[in-house]
Ligand binder design. Structure first.
Ligand SMILES: [Mg+2]
Length: 327
C-alpha cells in the first residue's frame, strides 16, 4: 500500500516517540536489520488485540493499551526464559484515530524502553473496522536454557511468581461487579489490569538456574496448569491454600471470589513454573529483586497426562470452568 502524505507525517511522528536501535537498521528503511548475539537462538511471538474483543476504549486509555500490547508479548518471551530485543508493531485504525495512535505509541515506547526492546518497524493502515494492534516480539535465549511447556517431571513442584487474581479483579471492577469501595485498592487493581509487569528478569533467571518448564499466566492458573500437564504428560495437584491471591482482590471481593479470579480469571502475566524442589530457595533469591516465588502445587505421574486437580484444607477443591482438564 502506498503511503499518502498524511501517513508519512504520522509515521514520522510515531518514529520520533521511539528510541532508535543502538545497532543495525531500524525504522525508515524497507526492512530492519540486526546481528543476533552469538550462541543464542531467536525466540519469536506475536499477539493481536482487537477493539471490542480484547479491549474497550471506554475502559482503557490508549497509552495503557500500548503498554499492554507490549506486555502480552513480552510475557510470552519471558515465559520461554528469553530476553526481548526487537519489536514490530502494526496498527489498523479509522481515519479519525490519528490522535489515539500517537497515545498508543507513547505506551508502546514506554514499555519498550523499560524492557530494553527496540521497535524497529511495523505498519499503520486505515480500516473501517475495529482498532487493531499487532505486536511481533523477537527475543533471544541460550538454546540450552529454554523454559518449555513439556518440561515438567513427576516430583517437581509447581510455583508461581507474584500474586494471582489482581488483573481479573481490576476487570471485575471495570465490569461494575459490586464490591466495597476503596479508592486505593481499586487504583492498584486497575493498574494490575491496565499496566501488567511481565517477569522479564524472572524468566531467564529461572531458566539459568535449571528450571526447564514454564508458561505465562494469560488465562488463569487452572488453565495454564492444564497446558503444562498435557504437554508434559503428567498430572498436577494445586494446593489452593498456598496460592498467593492478590491481597486487594481478597479484601475487596472476599477470599472465595478472589480464588475464582486468580484460578480461572487471567491476564496476570506472572509465570507458572515446574522445577525440582531443591532449586526453589535459590530460585527465590535469584528473582527477589523483581518478584516473589511461591510453591502452590506438585507434579505427579499420570497414566494419561493432563489431569489438574486441587485441594483446600486437605479436601478436594473444584477448580471451576476451564480449570478441570481430563483426558
Ligand atoms: Mg503464553
Amino acid at each position: 500500500m502506498t503511503a499518502g502524505t498524511d501517513e508519512f507525517a504520522l509515521i514520522n511522528r510515531l518514529a520520533w516517540l521511539l528510541d532508535p536501535p543502538t545497532h543495525g537498521i531500524g525504522i525508515g528503511d524497507d526492512a530492519a536489520t540486526w546481528s543476533p548475539t552469538p550462541g543464542t537462538v531467536t525466540v519469536a511471538t506475536t499477539d493481536m488485540l482487537v477493539e471490542g474483543i480484547h479491549f474497550r476504549l471506554d475502559w482503557t486509555t490508549p497509552e495503557d493499551l500500548g503498554w499492554k500490547a507490549m506486555a502480552v508479548n513480552l510475557s510470552d518471551i519471558a515465559a520461554m526464559g528469553a530476553r526481548p530485543r526487537h519489536a514490530l508493531v502494526s496498527i489498523a485504525l479509522k481515519p479519525d484515530q490519528a490522535g489515539i495512535v500517537i497515545e498508543i505509541y507513547k505506551g508502546i515506547a514506554a514499555h519498550a524502553r523499560a524492557s530494553g526492546t527496540f521497535v524497529v518497524g511495523g505498519d499503520t493502515v486505515r480500516t473501517d473496522g475495529p482498532l487493531t494492534i499487532n505486536v511481533t516480539l523477537l527475543g533471544e535465549a541460550d538454546p540450552a536454557l529454554i523454559l518449555r511447556r513439556d518440561g515438567a517431571r513427576p516430583g517437581d513442584v509447581l510455583a508461581i511468581t507474584g500474586t494471582a487474581g489482581g488483573s481479573a479483579a481490576g476487570l471485575a471492577l471495570l465490569s461494575g461487579e459490586p464490591t466495597d469501595s476503596d479508592p486505593d485498592r481499586s487504583r492498584r487493581l486497575l493498574a494490575m489490569h491496565h499496566r501488567p509487569s511481565p517477569r522479564l528478569h524472572a524468566g531467564p533467571a529461572l531458566a539459568s538456574l535449571g528450571a526447564r518448564c514454564g508458561i505465562d499466566i494469560s488465562d488463569g492458573i487452572a488453565s495454564e496448569a492444564g497446558h503444562l500437564a498435557r504437554s508434559s504428560n503428567v498430572a498436577i495437584v494445586i494446593d489452593v491454600d498456598a496460592v498467593p491471591f492478590h491481597p486487594d482482590a481478597v479484601a475487596m471481593f472476599g477470599l472465595e471470589r478472589a480464588r475464582t479470579l486468580g484460578l480461572n480469571g487471567g491476564e496476570d502475566y506472572e509465570l507458572l513454573v515446574a522445577l525440582p524442589l531443591s532449586l526453589v530457595d535459590r530460585a527465590r533469591d535469584a528473582i527477589a529483586s523483581e518478584t516473589t516465588l511461591t510453591v502452590i502445587g506438585r507434579v505427579v505421574q499420570d497414566q494419561h497426562g493432563g489431569l489438574v486437580t486441587a485441594t483446600s484444607g486437605g479436601l478436594p477443591f473444584t477448580l471451576g470452568a476451564g480449570g478441570y482438564v481430563a483426558f
